[in-house]
Design a protein around this ligand. Sequence first.
Ligand code: C5P
Length: 218
Amino acid sequence: PKARPLAGKTIVMTSGPTHEPIDPVRYIANRSSGKQGHAIAAALARLGASVHLVSGPVNIPDPEGVHVIHVETAREMNAAVEQLLPADAAVMVAAVADWRTANTADQKIKKKPGESAPTLSMVENPDILAGVGHSPKRPGLVVGFAAETENVQENALRKLERKGADWIVANDVSGDVMGGDNNRVRILSRDGIEEWPQMSKDQVAERLAEKIAARLLA
Ligand code: C5P
């Protein structure tokens, strides 16, 4: 029989991008396939956890054995996550848009000859990870991600503090990680740094799920 060490544990997750509408046909988004987050959700479910995944719009199937809630915007994602607390752990992998347009046009913005291009006014979106990290219902383990193109370590450590996370999984996305099948990550915590070699996103997911299980059972 397969070991299901996370049986009885609930884990809330986010994955994928968010889409922030400009008008009914246009949006602003982050680049994210959802591959890494979805793989982690599946790996945690295989270990027996009850995984609730709030997913932005992605082109991959729902992970097996996972409860999936589909959302579009950061505000929808935030509301869904808040509804799912309390939980034993939170793993926030989504590439959430930092800003949304201040106003969404009800009708498609038309291009008219001779008129200048529209100016978009933006407002800040909620930081979902920081909300969970500082929530009165904060899970015992809060894991965030950091996609950085430079100063990976320094930026991730700052993020740990600011967002109230226990671990930040930092990946250097200056290469071909985006949309690809491989990833190279570092796990930063207040206890130090773990550097993992490059491996597939599925292997990162497997190993991270095992690390989460070890921590939740400690
Ligand atoms: O600040 P930055 O976006 O680099 O932080 C990345 C981490 O924060 C990820 O875990 C991401 O899911 C989370 N995040 C969030 N809500 C935001 C922005 C980022 O949950 N609005």
